[in-house]
Structures are given as C-alpha cells and as structure tokens.
Design a binder for this molecule. Structure first.
Ligand code: ADP
Ligand code: MG
Length: 698
C-alpha cells in the first residue's frame, strides 16, 4: 500500500510520532480537517485511533451463492446505473444493477454523492456489504466498492469500522489511517523487550493488525497486545506510586485488645462477623508505620459506618485526630447524623464542618481542629481541604471512594502534618476481582457481605407501564399508612437537561393523579440549595413522594421510605439499580422495589431478572460487569479512574493480562524505580495519565 513515491519522503524517527501531524506528514495536508475533527493531532494519536469493530468482507462469493443477512463480497460488472435525485427530505438514490456468470444482484445507496462519481456502467468492481433479499434477488444496501485489480482497504477483506464524527466518512478515515500507518509504522519502537511481551506481537505488528488485519483471526492477538500495554501503563504508575510511598511514615496507632474490647462493648449493637473481621484488619493496619490504604466495601446498610466509627474512636483514644469526608454536603450531613451518636457512645467528640456555615462558626471549628480539640471532623472534601490544618491527623475516612478524584485524595493526605494519614475508603459499589486488581492494586480490601440481623428482605418486582394505575394506588396507600416512596426517572441520552425535563413531566403527572400526596422533585438542573432543601424535607417526612433523577443514588438515608419505583428500569446499570434499591428497606417495615419497564427483549428481561432475584451486591456487580463492561460499573468518567480504551475487564483473557502486567510492572519498578532507562515505558504511562485527565475534564 505505498501511496506516495518514496523519493519525496524522508524516513521518520520515533520523535516524529509525537509532532504535529501536518509537519510530519505534509502529504496528508488535505486530511487536516478530518484529523482535527477526530481529535487527532499527532501520528501517534492516529495510530491509536482504533476501530471499535470490524466487518469481515473476506468472504468473496459468486452472486449465485450469496446468502441472506451475511456480510459478503462479490466481484461483479455494473450492467446498469440509475441516479434518482433527492427530493425534499428524501435523499438522492443510486441504484446499480450487478452481474457475474452466476447471477445478478442490485446495489443501492442513499445520499452518497461519491458513488455517482466513482461508478459507471460497465465497470468491474468488488462490492462488500450486507446482503438482503428482495424477493429472489439479492440486494446490497450501501455497500463499499472498489475497482477490480486495485488492492482496496474497503472491500473483500476484514474492514475496520471507526467511530465517526459529523462530516467524516468511514472511507475517508480508513484511507487517511492507512497512509499514516504506511509512513509511520517503521518508526514505531516497541517499548517492551521481546522477552517481556513473550508471545504477544510486536507493537508495530499489533497496530497494523488492529487497523488492517490480514484475516479476522489476527485481531485478538493484536488487541491483546494493545490491552497489555494499557494495563501495564496503569500498573506502572501504581507500582511507582507505591515505591514513592515506601519512605512515608504514618502514625503508629496501637490499640490493645482490652481497649478494643471496651470500644466494641460501648457500641449499641454487636458487630457482625464480617464487620468484626474488617475492624481487626483496620486496627492491624493502624499499628504499622506504613500508611494504611484500605478499601472497605459492602452493600448499603451493611454497617460500614460502624466499622469506621470504631477505627476513628481508636485513633482518638490513642491521642490522634480523624476525619471523614463525603462527596456532597447532604451525604456529609447524613454521615454526621449516623456517626455522631456512635462516636458519642464511644466517648469521642465530632465536629461537622460545612460549606454553608457562617464565617465565624467555620473559624471557630478551624481553630478547634488546629488546636487538636476537635477529635473527629466530618464534612465534604472541599470543605476539609479548604483551609484546615490539623494538629495531628492520623486517619482519614473517605466515603464513596470512586467519586473521589486522585487530586482530592492527595489534598487530604497533605493534611497529615509530616505524617501521612492512614486512609480508609468506604464504598457501597462492590468491586469485582478484575477491577480490584486493576484499579486498586495499591489498596488492601475488606469486604462486608453479611447484613446486620433483623433486616427484612426487600421485595423486588418487574412490572410494565400498564400496571401504573395499580402501582399509583399502592403509593397512595403507603402514604396513607405514613410511609414514603421514591420515583426515579432515568438519565435521558446522557443529558441532564432532558432528564430534568422528564422528571418534571413525571412530577406534574403524579401531582395530577395523586392530588392528596405531598410530592417533591429533585434533579441535577436545580440549584444545589433547592435540591438539598427538598431532600431534607423528604428525609424529615414532610413529603410523601420524591420524584428524582439519579441524584438520590448516593446514600440518602430515609428509614421511613418503603417503596423505590424505578421507571424505564432497563435503561439503568444493574449495580445502579441495586444501589437505588438500597435506599429503601432501612427501617422496620416491609419495603418494595418496583422496576418498571416496557422492554420486551430477552436481554433486558435477563438483566432485570438478575436484580429481581438477587440481593447480593457482589453477584449483581459481577453480572453487570459481564453484561456491560467495566467503565459502566464504576462510571470511569466520573471516577477519576483512567478510561481503558482497549483492555476489557470482563474479558477473561484480559484478566490474565492484568496479572501479568502487574508482575512485570513490579519487577520493572523494583529494578529501576524511576524507569530512567526505559523512556518508552514512561511515555506509555504518561499517555494513559493524560487520557485520565481528559476523562476528568469531561
Ligand atoms: P452502611 O454505612 O454500610 O450503609 P450503616 O453503618 O449506616 O451501613 O448501617 C446501617 C444501619 O444498621 C445503621 O442504622 C446501623 O446503626 C445499623 N447497624 C450497623 N451494624 C449493625 C449490627 N452489627 N447490628 C445491628 N445493627 C447494625
Ligand atoms: Mg452509611
């Protein structure tokens, strides 16, 4: 595929891959607009602009042997060509009659102007596309085509399909990328030594095969290689962070058995076995001068707060300070409500530090923290990071780990006054093993699976909209009995504005059908104080029903709420549905979760059945991971986790790669902590980090 005479071209160097594409490849100047629209500035970015799927048109058949609904190619003669002009909203149509020795077929294109220019009667072409049958006649709809005898990247082969943006065609992207590959692959250096990649292909080979595989069977190994690099980059940054922390010292908080026994005895309940195990793990970590990095995971209501309370109290009794941070003010306040009585029972004074406090009150608390009089501080991360200097902070508890960016974590850690605080992160999103290995390789994990005794299982039902009148009558009867309900509407097409509109519409509809009920509305387009006020009114029982977008997902605690109605439940992730369901069943009464859907396809049914039939957050998270992919489980966009472009954490082959990448990263960093001898690895690591920043900015 050499497209430009070699004499006019200079050989490219590895450095050229990261220079502006227009200066390195001036012959592609006419592609500048396309590259810009695709967000491609350098040859390297072009090389890593990977297809998201492939069409296999390598199956070249006589027309007489075409089969229905399959992707196929045929070598044909154009026997007739007709162009029907567009009219109003109807696009222009080009219809070609095709023939070979075995039969005839038709090809039709809608609004594709280039077809008319490139095709003429009598031409010999290879067409590639999906075949349907009109009566007995095969028809290609919008097939790709190229003249016979011209090697083509569009037809009769495995063809890459790229993500497009407006005004850019597959053909155009393919042609530009093919030329970039031709020119730049010789300059691609493999960051890995052959022994390190073992059976995986070399990087240049992997890139070529990922874009233009010789055959479909070449794709998996190519993608495995690219996935491995991505996972290795992630593991390298974690291994280096761990290495950099090796010298850090935390307070050694030693809690003897007697002291711990006294704390546990002062709690208003006996810890479950899982809670007790988690407490022991945390207490053991606290005694070490190596800073604790521990993730405590357990479903909503599994009793994580109690574990945190014991840890905070232990730290305070040993003469240190603790902090608990939550992502939002309302959550921070709820934590304070849950935690303060427990801490009080344990003889510890806590302060709530809120952004909405007056300057004087804030100043007083800041002083108390700096003087060491405030023993435990609870607030949002913003508030705590703001202007607080701790006297002797030894333990930071962080709620909803994956909503915290790396930067906030670092800001808090900087509060340790010479010592690193121990860090305990709480999460109600169970993290499957692959994810834990990938993203939390630097953290120890404690897990609470067992629920505190006396919980009534939530009854979950799947219903269609036809049942709405009965469901509404049920909401009314729950309200009459003094109980409360949530009605959650989904995010519409990822747009906050549209989902706010649909929440508003549902709010108005319910006000009309249930005029006796006191109904509130919260969504992401409201001012934070309006939203907080409505949430607070619901929490104190002044509202019977709360219509909400998924803003209620995170942690609002209303023990009196007995019904969670989720509309268009098929549009939610399974883990998210489970989280939503966790908003009810927090009190004595029988609680219900109603998943409303009109989806009838098997896949939607199967997904909802997983939630209906199981109350085990881990089983649901695993299923979600299997059915949707990792980014969706954790919401990598809002998580501060690097978005993985190639590696897929629900692909068992990639789990093996995760482990291999971890082992290799540790040995590379042990041998050369700064990776000074391996600049290509450093660049790979930093490329991933910059993708992370883009993810954060989004
Ligand atoms: P999480 O933080 O995991 O959502 P919480 O710690 O808020 O869960 O606990 C939920 C409720 O269960 C709280 O009211 C808490 O007091 C209660 N609880 C926690 N642990 C136990 C236990 N071992 N026995 C009885 N009740 C418990
Ligand atoms: Mg809690």
């Amino acid at each position: 595929m050499t497209l430009v005479p070699a004499a006019t071209q200079r050989d490219l160097s590895a450095e050229d891959l990261d220079r502006p594409i227009r200066s390195v490849l001036p012959e592609l100047a006419r592609g500048a607009g396309t590259f810009a629209r695709l967000g491609i500035a350098t040859p390297r970015q072009a090389l890593f602009y990977l297809p998201f799927r492939y069409d296999d048109f390598s199956d070249l058949r006589p027309l007489g042997d075409l089969v229905v609904d399959e992707k196929q190619s045929a070598r044909v003669r154009v026997t007739d060509l007709k162009v029907e002009p567009g009219f109003g909203r109807r696009p222009q149509r080009v219809i070609a009659q095709l023939a070979d020795e075995t039969g005839t077929a038709e090809a039709i294109w809608f609004g594709k102007r280039y077809v008319e220019r490139r095709l003429e009667k009598g031409a010999e072409v290879v067409v590639s596309g999906k075949v349907t049958f009109r009566g007995w006649r095969p028809q290609f709809t919008s097939p790709d085509f190229s003249p016979v005898g011209h090697e083509s990247i569009h037809t009769a082969r495995v063809v890459p399909i790229y993500r497009l943006v407006g005004g850019v065609t597959q053909r155009r992207v393919r042609e530009l990328l093919a030329r970039v590959l031709d020119r730049t692959l010789p300059a691609v250096e493999d960051p890995l030594h052959p022994a390190e990649r073992s059976e995986l292909p070399a990087l240049a080979d992997a890139l070529r095969a990922a874009h233009f595989p010789e055959e479909a069977a070449d794709v998996p190994a190519a993608l495995d290689r690219l996935a491995f690099d991505e996972l290795l980059a992630l593991q390298l940054s974690m291994a280096q962070a761990r290495e950099a922390r090796a010298g850090e010292r935390a307070a050694e908080v030693v809690v003897d058995d007697e002291e711990l026994g006294a704390l546990l005895g002062a709690l208003p309940f006996t810890l479950t076995g899982d809670q007790r195990r988690a407490v022991d793990e945390v207490i053991a970590d606290l005694a070490s001068s190596a800073p604790m990095r521990r993730l405590l995971q357990g479903d909503v209501g599994s009793g994580k707060t109690a574990v945190a309370a014991v840890a905070l109290a232990a730290v305070v009794r040993a003469g240190w300070q603790g902090a608990l941070m939550a992502p939002t003010e309302i959550l921070a306040r709820q934590h304070h409500l849950g935690l303060a009585p427990l801490l009080e029972a344990l003889g510890v004074r806590s302060e709530f530090l809120s952004g909405s406090l007056g300057a004087a009150a804030k100043g007083r608390i800041h002083d108390a923290i700096a003087a060491g009089e405030a023993e435990v501080v609870i607030g949002t991360h913003a508030v705590i990071a703001e202007a607080v200097s701790f006297n002797r902070l030894a333990l930071a508890v962080v709620d909803e780990q994956h909503r915290f960016g790396v930067a906030q974590r670092a800001a808090l850690q900087a509060k340790g006054a010479g010592r690193e605080p121990h860090l305990l992160a709480l999460t109600a999103t169970p993290i499957p093993r692959t994810l834990a290995l990938t993203f939390y390789a630097d953290m120890a994990i404690s897990t609470i699976r067992e629920m505190p005794p006396g919980r009534r299982a939530i009854r979950t039902e799947v219903r269609n909209r036809g049942s709405l009148p009965r469901i509404e009558a049920f909401l009314a009867s729950e309200a009459a009995a003094g109980r409360q309900s949530f009605v959650v509407v989904p995010l519409v097409a990822e747009s906050e504005a549209l989902s706010a509109a649909s929440a508003e519409a549902e709010f108005e509809r319910l006000q009309a059908t249930l005029p006796k009920l006191r109904i509130g509305l919260v969504h992401g387009q409201q001012r934070a104080d309006t939203r907080d006020a409505t949430m607070a009114a619901f929490a104190t029982g002044e509202l019977d029903l709360l219509v909400a977008t998924t803003v209620v997902e995170v942690g609002i605690d209303v023990p009196n709420a007995s019904v969670m109605l989720v509309e268009d439940a098929d549009r939610f992730g399974l883990a998210q549905l489970h989280q939503l369901r966790g908003r009810v069943g927090r009190g004595e009464q029988q609680s219900f979760c109603i998943l409303l859907t009109d989806a009838v396809d098997d896949r939607s049914r199967e997904r909802l059945e997983v939630v209906r039939s199981s109350n085990d957050g881990f089983a649901i998270a695993e299923a979600d991971l299997r059915l949707r992919g990792a980014g969706n489980v954790l919401g990598t966009r809002q998580s501060g986790l690097p978005p993985l472009r190639v590696a897929s954490l629900f692909e068992p082959r990639h789990l093996v790669l995760v482990e291999r990448a971890g082992t290799l990263a540790r040995s590379l960093v042990a041998a050369d902590p700064l990776l000074a001898s391996r600049p290509a690895l450093i660049r790979m690591r930093d490329d991933l980090a910059s993708a992370e920043e883009e993810g954060d900015a989004a």
